[in-house]
Each structure stands twice: as C-alpha cells, then as structure tokens.
Design a protein around this ligand. Structure first.
Ligand code: PXL
Length: 280
C-alpha cells in the first residue's frame, strides 16, 4: 500500500484541511500519516476561533519517525499557520524526501483576490520558498498572484494563466497546476505546465454555480491521491475536478447545506467508481 504524509492543521469543525484529507485519502486506499500543525476549534472563516499551535511538536514527532525508519511515497502539505512553520516543513521535506517521493504542495492561503485572515504578504513570499521545492504545486489564481507578485485578475485571457504558470515554474516548482481556472463562460477547472517540455495541460468542466469553503482541500486531496495511485496527469485532473464539481452539486441538493464546507461524505462512493473507471 502506498503511504502519504499530509501536513496541515486540524480544524475540529468546518470540513477542511485534515478532516477532509484523511478520510478522502484513506478512502482512496492510501495509508495516510498525519502531521497536525495546529488544532483550531473551527477554520478561520468562523469568528472567534481558538488555535493551539503545535509547531514545537513537529521536530520530536518526525525525529521519532526517523528512528523508526518510516518512509513516505508522497508528502502533501496544505494550510500552514506561520512562516516559522513553513521553514520547519521545508526541513521535514528535505529530510524525508527520496528520489521517488512525490512532494505535493497546496499553498492554501488566499481566495477570491484576498489572503485568508491570518496571513499577510510576507507570509505569501515565504510560501513561495515551499513551492520552490515542490514536484507539484496547486495554487489557485489568487495564491499564484501572491506567490509571484503578478496582478490578480478576475477575468483573464488564457495567456494570463500561462504567464502565472511559467512564473510559478520559475520559482522552482517542477509541475505547477493552477486551480479555479475558467477558460470560457460557464466552465471551470485546472491548467498545468510542464517546464521540461514547455507544454500546458488543461481540464475544464461545467461550473457549478456556488462556492463553498474547503473545496480547494477536496480538490487537492483527490489530486494528490490520484497521483499517488499512479494516474497520469489527464486522468488525475479529471478525477479531482469532476469529484469536486459533483460534491458541490450534491451539497446544493441538501436544503440545509452548510456554508462552512461541502457534503463530501455523500460522494465518496462516487469517487471510488471514478477511480475504477480510470483503471487505477
Ligand atoms: O481550507 C483551507 C483552510 C485550512 N485550515 C484553516 C483554514 C483554511 C481556510 O480558511 O482557515 C485553519
């Protein structure tokens, strides 16, 4: 069985970060090791959330793993609370990475043109250092603009997306994949760039007209899992994008749908079918 390490916070209530990554990756048949960076009462879109930073636990936990000889096929990082934590995580990746380890970075810090409440531009630049050592980094357009210093545009031509992708590759990312990319009216999806081949790859599906918190974590978890399962880029992007869209659509059917997250629990059987259909 493949084994992935995911490094993110636990937002106890709110359906994001580890409470999404762990169930989805486990359902995908991947042993999922967690390294919680902080425990929050809820995600930071709630007012009055509590937060206990666990940064001082990262070194002793990983030192123990090292003494046990534990290895990972992939390391997937999500929301990280502070710049110091990013430095620690860079150290952990350097230590545990082997030639075969997939380093998958989701620089979760911003959306819709704005940084999340806990972050500033200095933090964003620090995240660029993490993306620099990624095999795959999956910023959305807002995050990509903060990472690269390029302007944020709400509507854009395809060349804008390509420029952002090239700028992320210039940071050092081997394969950048931009999420939330809309290349025509009513469509949304992702576009990636292979700097070695100087080629772009893209997947678009119908936009479900709603936006929910945590959908970035759902997309990233499934995409990371799909790559770990050995899917090629096209199949991995399609699976992650289709699953996210389906999950948003299912959530909208729920008359009491929660604003703070999506009903991904209801669509796990469909995800397993998608994996079967892709032969992985
Ligand atoms: O979904 C990303 C995320 C993860 N963790 C925490 C967050 C957010 C987004 O706001 O606040 C604590």
């Amino acid at each position: 069985m493949k084994r992935i390490l995911t490094i993110q916070d636990i937002s106890c209530f709110g359906k994001c970060s580890l409470t999404v990554a762990l169930p989805l990756l486990s359902a995908m048949g991947i042993e999922t090791v967690i390294l919680p960076t902080a425990v929050l009462s809820t995600h930071t879109m709630f007012k009055g959330f509590t937060c206990k930073d666990l940064s001082d636990q990262l070194a002793p936990i990983t030192a123990h793993w090292r003494s046990e000889g534990i290895r990972f096929d992939a390391i997937y990082t999500g929301y990280l609370g502070t710049e110091e934590e990013i430095d620690t995580v860079i150290g952990i990746i350097r230590e545990f990475r082997t030639e075969d380890t997939l380093v998958f970075i989701d620089p979760a810090m911003a959306d819709n043109g704005r940084l999340y409440p806990a972050f500033d531009e200095h933090y964003a630049k620090k995240n660029a250092e993490l993306c620099a050592i990624a095999d795959i980094a999956v910023p959305n357009i807002t995050e990509a603009s903060f990472l690269t210093g390029q302007p944020y545009l709400e509507s854009y031509p395809e060349d804008y997306v390509k420029d952002l992708l090239r700028a992320i590759a210039a940071l050092g990312t081997k394969t950048p994949i931009l999420t939330g990319v809309s290349l025509s009216a009513g469509k949304t999806g992702a576009m990636g760039y292979d700097p070695a081949e100087d080629t772009f790859f893209v997947y678009q599906n119908d936009r479900v007209p709603a936006s929910f918190h945590g959908t970035g974590d759902i997309f990233s978890s499934v995409l990371a899992g799909a790559f770990v399962r050995g899917m090629d880029r096209a199949a991995a992007l399609k699976t992650a994008a289709d699953y996210t869209a389906l999950t948003i659509a299912e959530t909208l059917k729920n008359p009491d749908n929660p604003w703070y997250g999506v009903d991904f629990e209801a669509t796990i059987p469909a995800l397993l079918k998608m994996l079967e259909e892709n032969g992985k």
